[in-house]
Each structure stands twice: as C-alpha cells, then as structure tokens.
Ligand binder design. Structure first.
Ligand code: HEM
Length: 410
C-alpha cells in the first residue's frame, strides 16, 4: 500500500527475505535510484515488463567503461570488470559486435548435445556425493552437496583433470565465501585460477581432447579463432557464471521445497511414479519463486533514456531485479505462491535477450538431477534446527544460503 513506509534495503532482514521490500518498490517506485552498500548509486528495475524491456535494450551496455563514475573512483566500487584483468573481458562485460562473435564461437563448442551427453556423469557425481553422507543421517546440503556438484561438473566439462579439481574447489570456495567481502584471498584465488587456466589452454592446444576447452580452441568463425586470452576468459566465465548460480539453485530449491510440504509431497509422488513432467516445470518454478540470481549483472546507459516512466541519465548504472520481476502479480497469477505445475512461466531467472544464460540447459540438467535424486534417496529429508537460524549470504547479485543443515533416517 502506498501509505507503508519505504522499506530499508540491504539490511540483514532484507537479505533473509527481500520479497516484501521488492513488492513495495514494484508498487511505489518501480524504477528506483538507490545507494548500494558499496556507495555506488544505481537504478533498480523491479516490474516484470520493465525488467524484460531493460534486459533486451541495446542502449544499456554491459561494458563497465560506460559507467559515469569519475575515473578515480573506479576500482573501488566492486563492479566486476573495472579491474583490468584479461579474464574480465568476458561475455557478461561486453557488447556487440564482440559479444556476438564470442557467443557464436562458444555456442559451437557448448551445444545442447554436449550437455545431453553429460547427463550420466551428472547422475554419477550426484550419487557419489550423496553416498558420502547418506549413512550419517545428517548433512549440510550446501557444503556437502550443492557446492561440490557444479564445480566438479564444470571442471569435467572444461577438461580439468580430476586430480586438479580439488584445487578448483578451494579457489571457488574462497571466491564464494568472500564474494563482496575481504578481497585479498579472492584476488589470490582468481590469480591462481587464471594461471592454471592459461597453462591448461596451452596444454590442450598441444594435446587436444574431447572437452570444452579443446572445442573452444578449435571453434572458429569464418576462420577466426579465439585468442588464448579470450579462451581463458571464456573458461573463467563458464566457471564463474555456472558455479554459485547452480549452488543456489539446489540450495534455494531444497529450502523452498522443505518450506512447502504439500508441493514437495506432490513432487515426490510423481517421481515415485516415474514421471518427469512435474520435475521439469517444478525446477522452472523454483527458479521463478526464489532463484539464484537476485539481480542481473550490471548495465550502463550509453545515452539518456526513459524506463518505466523514469528518466535515466547517460552513464547511470541499471540493475534489473530478476527476483522482483518474477514475483510481479501483473505477470504471474498467485505470484507469491509456489506452484510446481505452473505452465505459463516465462520467468527471467536466466535473463533475457542476447545475454540469456548460455548454461541454462546444463543448469536444468544439474538442478533436476540433484533434486530428483535427493528426494528419491532421502525421502524423509527435513531441516535440522530452527528455520529462523538459517543465514543468507547477502551478496548483491546472488541470493543463496550459507548453510542448509538437514537430517533424515539413514
Ligand atoms: C548468463 C542465470 C547457470 C553460463 C546468465 C544470466 C543469468 C543467468 C540471469 C544473464 C545475466 C545478465 O543478463 O546480466 C543462471 C542461473 C543458473 C545459471 C539461474 C543456474 C541455475 C549457468 C551455468 C553456466 C552459465 C551452469 C555454464 C556452465 C552463463 C554465461 C552467461 C550467463 C556464460 C553469459 C551469457 C552472455 O553474456 O551471453 N546466467 N545461470 N550459467 N550464464 Fe547462467
């Protein structure tokens, strides 16, 4: 209601449950300028129609060079890409025509068939991880399951040898634990990852295999190949974009199911009957209802423009709030209700337009395999402890739990 006071953003309460604040913004200030925790001012876009339009608007650039902040402030804002690392010249920080060329090249190497052929391996990884805690009757589903599954999956896909994958797990762990926090350890981890990827690309060039990095090196567009830097940046963005998102898809998804016992029971019954339809629509609904990417990554206005009736100046940062758009009652019937069988569900959880998630088929495969296997192998899975004790990470872009303690009869 218009008379409610404007809610505070970026507090602890907000990190735990941002949806009431987003409902207020959608209603009262749908394109809303705010100071972020870093001090940078940005526009938050919260209505579905505006969000979808903004995601496809070519006047909103992904290149941080288009940010109007004075040069001396750059590098302090936490905006990815402001540090001049080669790894940062990746798909989410560039515009056409470079984006078009690189996306076409990676699409040749990372096809739906590559992903489909990977299904047995994802099932095997899932079962191996569950085997490790199934007899204990308890687990932290983030640490023991949601976290390692995508990192091993992407490493396998990229062609990182198994004996090196635990190093990746440690570096990624450093990046996810300290994302938005102390930067020293993160910078060291990024550097180690960069050096490792550079060396791996070098080795794959000499000795190609049947993996994504080798396919990336081979992929060419009118005879044009990726440079070594472009290949390293591509490998890095695949890891970076495909890792914490999938951790949160599994974590938020299990959390939502545990909070909605009727829906969870329906899903378990359908899985027991050997059906996959509800699993497929259900994972999409979990993405809409409490998805991993709360805000889409940065965009910057390359010219003055109007969005949702609001004037935006050239150089202003724009953040599309996917979590708010996907609960917009103008677009979704019963927007705040979980309905695993929802069929009219064009949610924005994977974005929209030219930057639409490249890894969506892999994310769906991992999400569906992880949830189906957990619910089938541990049918009485329940939260251990008080739901009020759960802690959310509170990062700017991602939404996810720090831990998810569960118990079950072994
Ligand atoms: C882009 C979500 C998993 C690779 C995006 C975007 C979203 C998103 C919202 C667009 C961001 C924007 O426009 O600012 C998700 C979610 C995932 C997931 C919710 C898991 C549930 C993955 C996986 C991979 C991946 C597994 C790859 C292994 C990418 C890449 C882009 C991207 C490369 C950039 C595409 C471009 O700029 O052209 N993702 N993602 N994602 N995603 Fe995902």
């Amino acid at each position: 209601m218009a008379t409610d006071p404007q809610p505070e953003l970026f507090t602890w309460e907000f990190a735990t449950d941002p949806y009431p604040a987003y409902a207020w913004l959608r209603e009262n200030s749908p394109v809303h300028k705010t100071a972020l925790p870093s001090g940078v001012e940005a526009w938050l876009v919260t209505r579905y129609a505006d969000a979808r339009q903004a995601l496809a608007d070519q006047r909103l650039s992904k290149n941080p060079a288009n940010h109007a902040e004075p040069a001396h402030a750059k590098g302090k804002t936490g905006i990815p890409g402001e540090r001049k690392a080669e790894l940062m010249t990746h798909l989410l920080n560039i515009d056409p025509p470079d984006h078009t060329r690189l996306r076409r090249l990676v699409s040749k190497a990372f096809t739906p068939r590559t992903v489909a052929e990977f299904a047995p391996r994802v099932q095997e990884l899932t079962d191996d991880l569950i085997d490790k805690f199934a007899a204990k009757g308890e687990a932290d589903l983030i640490h023991d399951f949601a976290f390692p599954l995508p990192i091993y999956a992407i490493c396998d896909l990229l062609g990182v040898p198994r004996e090196d994958q635990d190093d990746f797990r440690d570096w990624a762990g450093m990046m996810i634990r300290h994302g938005g926090g102390p930067r020293g350890g993160v910078a060291r981890s990024v550097k180690k990852m960069r050096n490792y990827l550079a060396e791996l690309i070098h080795r794959k060039r000499e000795n190609p295999g049947d993996d994504l990095i080798s396919h990336l090196i081979r992929a060419s567009d009118d005879g044009e190949h990726l440079t070594e830097n472009e290949a390293a940046a591509m490998a890095f963005i695949l890891l970076f974009a495909g890792f914490e998102t999938t951790v949160n898809l599994i974590g938020n998804g299990v959390h939502t199911l545990l909070q909605n016992p009727d829906q969870r029971a329906r899903l378990q019954e359908s899985l027991a009957a050997g059906e996959t339809g509800l699993l497929a629509t259900g994972v999409e609904e979990l993405l809409r209802y409490d998805g991993p990417v709360e805000l889409a990554t940065w965009r910057f206005a390359t010219e003055a423009l109007t969005l949702g009736g609001q004037d935006i100046a050239e150089g202003d940062p724009v953040l599309v709030v996917l979590a708010a758009a996907d609960r917009d009652p103008e677009r979704f019937t019963g927007a705040d209700t979980l309905d695993l069988s929802r069929s009219d569900n064009q949610h924005l959880g994977y974005g929209h337009g030219i930057h639409y998630c490249l890894g969506a088929p892999l994310a769906r495969l991992e999400g569906q395999t992880a949830l189906a296997t957990l619910l089938t192998r541990l049918p009485d899975l329940r939260l251990a402890g008080d739901p009020a004790d759960l802690r959310w990470r509170g990062g700017l872009i991602m939404r996810g739990l720090r831990t998810l303690p569960v118990e079950f009869d072994p």
